[in-house]
Design a protein around this ligand. Sequence first.
Ligand code: NAD
Length: 360
Amino acid sequence: MKIGIPKEINDKRVAVVPSVLPKIKSLGVEILIEKGAGDGSSFSDDTFVEEATICNRDRLLDDSDIIISINPLDDDDLKKIKKGTLLISMFQPYFDDSIIAKLKSYDLQGISMDMVPRTTLAQSMDVLSSMAAIAGYKAVLTAADHLPRYFPMMITAAGSVKPAKVLVLGAGVAGLQAIATARRLGSIVEAFDVRKAAKEEVESLGAKFVEVEGAKDDKDAGGYAVEQSEEFLKRQQAEVQNRAMNADVVITTAQVRGRKSPVLLPASTVEKMKNGSVIVDLAASTGGNCELTQNNQVINHNGVIIIGDSNLAAKMPQDASLLFCNNVLNFLKIIIKDGKINLDLSNEIIDSALITKNSE
Ligand code: NAD
């Protein structure tokens, strides 16, 4: 059986890295890699060649039994793939489920790594957490790069500098990593989330948890946040405004799976923020937590820099590729038995991730 790894389009990451190839091969498979697939992550073809066959894209699409990509392949590619092939990617069917019918129309099977349940058992396959953690870390570094002042307190012969104040909105995986990184850089951090469970996690990282009473916290939402009432969001916006006015950096990560992201920073709040302060909006691709965010753009609104980027993980491509690859390896271990694909739907992880089941 052959596993093919195409080069990503407009993304420097690659779905497998050389150091993990022997472990994938030990499952009894051959590996095909498109020429130049690792270039963006600083893995040259030479580093793959011992364990994999380097080939062109058309051969790879035609010859593979499993194709692994970080971003879903487009129609031009799908047409060229042989029927019955299993595609493993991040299809995000909770935003657009038309991908399911599309894959079926080409007679392809789809595993969506972002549908792996967020359970302890599946933690080692959780690509969303791997990518979100990188995004949270990079968000702080990006903010520091744009901030016209220090993050840590500095006592120098030329005078003392106060530490920067950072406000993190949404304390999921990305938010917690942003808090940890901002603390390591010596700033004072406050954070807010609608999930009550987040309070303890925020405080354990040495940040202050901002409380707004009355949030809906749904235990049946698989750990995800649920949409909040208009009335709650208004009260929340008012509290956020009080904090944002004093902050140097605001990092927003608040998302509600499959929905538009909540607006936590309306334009009126941005207009009250300090000149020179920086907002990094990781929810940019789902509408943004800041009303003024423009996805994939850096704008300056009355002296406040607003960075809209939901794909910061791709800006640290080497480790992002390594972690994605490890997550996929752990998934392959449960679906490959004796060199053959075995999609056992009694396994909850496989059942959740396989988006092209007949019942769908
Ligand atoms: P996410 O990316 O879906 O959302 C980011 C954060 O935004 C979440 O913490 C969410 O509660 C918060 N949010 C949503 N609406 C908000 C609002 N109006 N105001 C403020 N914050 C708001 O979340 P995620 O990082 O993917 O994590 C989702 C859940 O999965 C969390 O409960 C997390 O702890 C859990 N998780 C579990 C595992 C595991 O057990 N294996 C692994 C990863 C994550």
